[in-house]
Ligand binder design. Sequence first.
Ligand code: SF4
Length: 385
Amino acid sequence: MQTPARFEDVLAKWPSAKVRDLIMSRTEEDAAAALRATGAWSPETLAALLSPAAERFLEQLKALSADWTRRRFGRTVQVFDPLYVSNYCCNGCRYCGFNARSRDTVRRALSLEEAEAEARALAASGVKNILLLSGEDKVRSSPEYFCRLARAIRPLFAEVSVEIYACTEDEYRELHAAGVDGMTMFQETYNPAVYGEYHPFGPKADFSNRLDAYDRAARAGMAFLGLGALLGINDWREEGFFLGLHAAWLRKRHWRCATAFSFPRIRPAHGGEPPPFPLSDAGLVQLMCALRVSFPDSPITVSTREAPGFREELVRIAATKISAGAKTTPGGYTSSTGADAQFETSDRRSVAEVLASLRANGIDPVMKDWDGAFSAAPGAGDAAE
Ligand code: SF4
């Protein structure tokens, strides 16, 4: 069957009410059958694993997830760190302290030299994978700015990725040519009505443009696509289902790209609103493990939003990427800038402390498992059709 050209065409066949019905109608027999069929994905099995009926089997799901994780990734976890270059933003995301209406947010945009100094400080701590982030401000943090920064710091890192605003295909192509290997961008929610409520103005208010960005990035040659929903603004079971649907579509269309998952829970933020759908630790474990056993090869990132002991538990059962000593303030690695952070981190340990703790728990932290030479592979990211 032909893969639909746009993910929005897939979403149109899965309205939220239908997804919720599918999930809530799964029985314990369905959940038990889904546990016997792990390693492959189908809408029905993922719905069963995410359902309330599967809660009874949580320990079994965790064991299966840990097994798939070890089989595909060994006892390793890749270490990366974010570098926030600016907290200026023209969008109105209601949950975020960087939003344009947050008048008393202390803002800062790093010059190229300052951002490079931050990257050098991170590299000196041993980190070899870096994620460049900013709010949406195409003047202070333009695609050209990120291209110049990527070129300058590329020799210091095994992997450079961006988590920025939705770009055009040409912009993604330029970023890739400058040495950017992958992009992460959270759709925040796959429910268009909820999306509209939480993104009242700014370029990000365009749901379709954001949803299409992953396809544009893949066509431009990005090797990694990071997916995520902001957990807390909508029903997590529904968002988990859509994450699976999205990953399955991207994998069919861009089979050379790795699709990865993140599961950011809303944390308190300066100027942000509390979440209407808070997600418990047990719910996060069920969600993460359901995606792991459905997509065993997909990297999963555990956020610095989570507490130290819980992060290590998530690495043991499902996660394969972890930040260490992360700062969410522009300039946070080299100075105390006074600028506001995007959200409060729960894990404030240094890189060395995180690595030591992982090793003590039998996990091998990997600083580099990718070589930039692969970025130049011809045709990377081509559509499979
Ligand atoms: S979530 Fe991102 S786009 Fe939205 S206000 Fe915050 S920084 Fe801007």
